[in-house]
Design a protein around this ligand. Structure first.
Ligand code: TXA
Ligand code: MG
Length: 345
């Protein structure tokens, strides 16, 4: 790492001009967005983008999202945009919303994993927006984490794994949303959610009247099955220990099941909603936040998953939440963290 820009409590953004220069000259930057931290490089520079894949250990068939700061940049990289796609962008940008559009040839193959489409997002985080504007180019950025690990939502969580590999770190404190953006592709005129996020199916339905959720958001990929979003193929967010996700609409049943599973292990660790912490007496528990405040759970869940490994538990039992609204995105990440080891009662 060569440069550290601390914007946790300052809003003097003048240093971001230098950061923009680092992007233009092919460097790598850790920067905050409203969702999670990004590991960014000039999205039109093949050599710079290659460094992202190397730093993360990311498979080359998993495409990256391009981040833009205004609509002009959009027209440089995407083409044949439909009315419904425009409506979605107008409604949810800037914000935690990524749309898959037809790409222009200027976008390097390495960004799109040679697909005809490109994922594009206009972040609302001011630091991200200024960084992109000063760079003058779309910034390719996956979530800032080694591939397979939970996404980074603050610098201290990812410093050890990524600081050596980047030219600049911009510290903007903890991210607001805590989960990656909602990824949507309009297929035969219907917005289809490939990855759920803060922008919910209900939000999308209000704007365009219809929405679909791709089946791979929850179901396990069968051998040889084709996916709409390559990221769905890979193991994600997983602690080193074995994990199981448990959920029931009936809270007593949920508590009983968690207690039952934990009693057959030696060193269990429970990730519990605030309301249930006291039900797991004498057990090691991490409080993930109130089930009545899904924003809080979303903000903390990746940090909580990262804490797990320190305890070296022989089982991690995670309480789920209702798969509604933001709960859909939380459960999508947790199901993956548990490698689809999910019990619903
Ligand atoms: O909130 C976010 O989206 C964060 C911040 C940094 O912006 N970025 C992020 O990027 O989560 P990443 O690379 O970790 O996840 C991008 C997801 C992957 O699952 C990838 O497969 C999918 O989007 N994706 C990217 N381009 C695609 C395309 N052309 N078609 C289908 N899926 C695509
Ligand atoms: Mg990621």
């Amino acid at each position: 790492m060569k440069k550290y820009i601390d914007l946790k409590s300052s809003n003097d953004y003048s240093d971001l001009q230098e950061a923009g220069q680092i992007i233009r000259s092919g460097g790598l930057i850790l920067f905050p967005t409203e969702t999670v931290y990004g590991l960014g490089a000039n999205g039109l520079d093949e050599v710079a983008v290659k460094k992202i894949f190397e730093a993360k250990g990311r498979s080359s068939d998993n495409p990256l999202i391009l981040h833009i700061s205004d609509k002009e940049m959009l027209n440089d990289i995407a083409t044949d945009i439909s009315e419904i796609e425009h409506k979605l962008m107008d409604a949810f940008w800037p914000g935690p919303f990524t749309i898959i559009l037809n790409r222009k040839p200027v976008v390097p193959n390495i960004v799109t994993a040679s697909l005809d489409t490109v994922g594009i997002r206009m972040p609302s985080n001011e630091i991200a927006n200024k960084l992109i504007a000063y760079s003058g180019v779309p910034i390719a950025a996956p979530s800032a984490n080694i591939s397979g690990k939970p996404s980074g939502t603050n610098i201290s969580d990812i410093f050890d794994e990524l600081s050596d590999k980047v030219d600049c770190i911009i510290d903007g404190g903890s991210t607001d949303v805590g989960l990656e953006s909602t990824v949507v592709k309009v297929i035969d005129g219907v917005p289809t959610i490939l990855r759920p996020g803060k922008i919910t199916p209900e939000d999308i339905k209000i704007v365009v009247g219809q929405v679909k959720i791709d089946k791979h958001v929850f179901s396990k990929l069968e051998d040889g099955e084709k996916v709409l979003s390559p990221g769905m193929k890979y193991k994600h967010y997983a602690p080193n220990s074995k994990c199981v996700l448990v959920y029931s609409d009936n809270n007593d049943l949920l508590i009983n099941k968690v207690n039952e599973i934990s009693s057959s292990y030696k060193t269990p660790l429970i990730l519990s909603t605030t309301e249930n912490v006291s039900k797991y007496e004498n057990k090691l528990v991490i409080d993930i936040g109130s089930k009545y405040n899904l924003d809080e759970i979303a903000q903390n869940i990746f940090t909580d998953l990262r804490k797990v490994d320190k305890f070296k538990p022989d089982i991690v039992i995670i309480e789920g939440v209702k798969q509604e609204g933001l709960g859909l995105a939380i459960m999508n990440r947790l199901v993956r963290a548990c490698s689809h080891n999910y019990i619903e009662i």
